[in-house]
Design a binder for this molecule. Structure first.
Ligand code: FAD
Length: 472
C-alpha cells in the first residue's frame, strides 16, 4: 500500500542526492530521501573525500613534524604516531558533517527514510512508486510524481585479487587499518590509490604502487604527473608501471602477489593489498530493468539535459551517470537538476570541472590539458611559472612544482590551468572562476594578487602565456 505522496523521492543521500533534495525542498517541493546507511553524505562523507582528507591532513602534519620542523628551527623529540587517536579524529570530522546534513534536512522539512529504495513499475498516470526496505526486512511504499536515482558507485574488484575486507581491501577498509601495514601494495595508480598510499607511507609503511598503464594519471598534465611521480618516489613510495597483478597466494599473514611486468613475473611479499582500480555505478537492486530504465554499455544510466532517464519522471545524477566520478560534479548536477525541475535554465559546465589529487605536492587542474589540445588540433600558447621563484613558497619551504596556463593564441582565452605544488587544491579555484567567466590570460594577469602569496604564481604563468612574463 502506498503510504505517502511526495513531489520528489530521492534514492541515495550522497553529495548528488542530498544537495538535489535540499535545493528542491527550498524550491517548494515536498521531498523524501531514502538512504540505506544510518548517516547521510554518501561515499564522499562516510568513506571517501572527507575521511581520506582527514587522514591526509593528519599524516601530513606528522611528516612535517618529523621531516621539516628542524629546517624551520624547531627542535622536537621525534614525533610518535597515535593511530587510534588519528582514526578517532577522522571519525569525529565525518560525524560532525553527517549530522550537519541531518539538521539541514530537518530545517528544509525533508522526510527521510532509512532503508534500501527500489523503483517499482510506473503507475498508469505516469506517477511513480518506490519500495523502501528497512534493515529488519519491513517494507513500505512511497508514491511520488518524480524519482531521482542518486545511488552513486562502488569500488571495482579484480577477479585475481578478491577483496576479503581484511588483508585485500578497498578504500573503505584502507581508511581504517588498525595498525600501520608493514608493506602495503596499492593496485591502481589513480588518485585514490596515490592518496591512501601517501597516508600510509607517511605513517611508516613501505608502499608499492602497481599501475597497469605506462604512466600515472593519464588524464592529467603529463609534466605534472611526472613530477608527482618523482616526488612520490623521493618520499619512499615504489611505483611500478606497466605492471599487472597475475595472482595471489597466502602464507600465514604474508601475502605473495604475482606481478606481471612485460614478459617477466615477479613476486611481491606484503601484508596488505589495497585494490584501487576504479569505481562502477551502483545500480544493482534498484529495479531499473523491470521499471524500464536503460543503461549504457558501461552500466551507467543515460540521461538528457534535464537528467531524465529513458523512463519519464525518473531522473539520475552523480556517479550513476557519465562524467567524472567526483563529489562536486554530483553536487553541481544536484543543483542544476532541482532548478531545472523548477523551470530555471541551470546547467553544469562539464568542460570545466576541476580535479585534484591531494598528494604532496598536490596536483590540480581545470579545463583541457596540452595533450588533449594537441590531439584535437587546437592551437594554444603555454605559459609556465615555478613555485621556486615565489616568495611565499620560499618562506613556507615548499618550492616544488609549477603552474601551467594554456590559452588560445589570438584571443588569449584560457583553455586550461594545471598546478602542481603546495595548496594547488585551493589555488585552482581562481583558475576555475576565470575560465567560467570565459576570461583571458590578460584578465588573469591584470587581477591584483596579494603579495606574498602562492597565487602570484598563477598570475606569473598567465603573463608568460600572454608572452609578457615579468620575472621569467
Ligand atoms: C577514498 C575516496 C576518496 C574520494 N575523494 C574524493 C575527493 O577528494 N573529491 C571528490 O570530488 N570526490 C572524491 N571521491 C569520489 C566521491 O566520493 C564520489 O564521486 C561521490 O561521493 C559521488 O556522489 P553520489 O551522490 O553520486 O553518490 P554516493 O556518494 O556514492 O552516494 C550514494 C548513496 O546512495 C546510497 N544508496 C545506494 N543504493 C541505495 C538504495 N538502493 N537505497 C537507498 N540508498 C542507496 C549509498 O549508501 C550512498 O550513501 C572519493 C571516493 C573515494 C572512494
Amino acid at each position: 500500500m502506498t503510504t505517502d505522496q511526495f513531489d520528489l523521492i530521492v534514492i541515495g543521500a550522497g553529495p548528488g542526492g542530498y544537495v538535489a533534495a535540499l535545493r528542491a525542498a527550498r524550491l517548494d517541493q515536498k521531498v523524501a530521501v531514502i538512504e540505506r546507511r544510518t548517516t547521510f553524505g554518501g561515499v564522499c562523507l562516510n568513506e571517501g573525500c572527507i575521511p581520506s582528507k582527514a587522514l591526509l591532513d593528519s599524516s601530513e602534519l606528522l611528516a612535517m613534524a618529523r621531516d621539516d620542523f628542524a629546517g624551520h628551527g624547531i627542535d622536537i623529540e621525534p614525533p610518535r604516531l597515535n593511530l587510534p587517536r588519528m582514526l578517532q579524529r577522522k571519525e569525529e570530522v565525518v560525524a560532525k558533517l553527517c549530522s550537519g546534513i541531518a539538521a539541514m534536512f530537518k530545517q528544509a522539512k525533508i522526510t527521510s527514510f532509512e532503508g534500501t529504495g527500489r523503483l517499482l513499475p510506473a503507475n498508469a498516470d505516469g506517477s511513480h512508486q518506490v519500495e523502501v526496505k528497512s534493515a529488519d526486512g519491513a517494507t513500505q511504499t512511497l508514491g511520488g510524481k518524480r524519482v531521482l536515482l542518486a545511488t552513486g558507485s562502488r569500488a571495482m574488484e579484480l577477479a585475481d585479487l578478491p577483496c576479503d575486507g581484511d588483508s585485500v581491501v578497498t578504500a573503505r577498509e584502507a581508511l581504517n587499518f588498525e595498525a600501520v601495514p608493514k608493506h602495503l601494495l596499492v593496485v591502481g595508480g589513480g588518485y585514490i590509490g596515490l592518496e591512501l598510499g601517501s597516508v600510509w607511507r607517511r605513517l611508516g609503511a613501505e608502499v608499492t604502487v602497481a599501475e597497469m598503464l605506462p604512466r600515472l594519471l593519464p588524464f592529467n598534465d603529463a609534466q605534472g604527473a611526472e613530477l608527482l611521480q618523482r616526488r612520490l618516489k623521493k618520499s619512499g613510495m615504489k611505483i611500478l608501471l606497466e605492471t599487472r597483478v597475475a595472482g595471489l597466494s597466502r602464507e600465514g599473514s604474508e601475502l605473495r602477489v604475482q606481478l606481471q611486468r612485460g614478459e617477466t613475473q615477479e613476486e611481491l611479499v606484503c601484508d596488505k593489498v589495497l585494490v584501487a582500480v576504479g569505481r562502477r555505478p551502483w545500480t544493482e537492486g534498484l529495479g531499473l530493468e523491470e521499471a524500464g530504465v536503460t543503461l549504457d554499455q558501461k552500466g551507467r544510466i543515460q540521461v538528457d539535459a534535464d537528467f531524465q532517464t529513458s523512463l519519464p519522471g525518473v531522473y539520475a545524477l552523480g556517479d550513476l551517470i557519465p562524467g567524472p566520478m567526483l563529489a562536486h560534479k554530483a553536487s553541481a548536477e544536484g543543483v542544476a537538476f532541482a532548478e531545472r525541475l523548477a523551470g530555471q535554465a541551470s546547467s553544469v559546465d562539464y568542460a570545466n570541472i576541476p580535479g585534484v589529487i591531494y598528494t604532496w605536492p598536490e596536483l590540480a587542474s581545470v579545463g583541457q590539458t596540452e595533450e588533449q589540445l594537441k590531439e584535437a588540433g587546437i592551437p594554444f600558447s603555454s605559459g609556465k611559472a615555478h613555485f621556486s621563484a615565489n616568495g611565499r613558497a620560499r618562506a613556507m619551504g615548499e618550492t616544488d612544482g609549477f603552474v601551467k596556463v594554456l590559452a588560445a593564441p589570438e584571443s588569449g582565452r584560457i583553455l586550461g590551468v594545471h598546478i602542481i605544488g603546495p595548496r594547488a587544491s585551493e589555488l585552482i579555484a581562481e583558475a576555475a572562476a576565470v575560465i567560467a567567466f570565459e576570461g583571458s590570460v590578460q584578465d588573469l594577469a591584470l587581477i591584483c594578487h596579494a603579495h606574498p602569496t602562492l597565487a602570484e604564481v598563477i598570475q606569473e604563468a598567465a603573463l608568460a602565456a600572454g608572452g609578457a612574463a615579468l620575472h621569467g
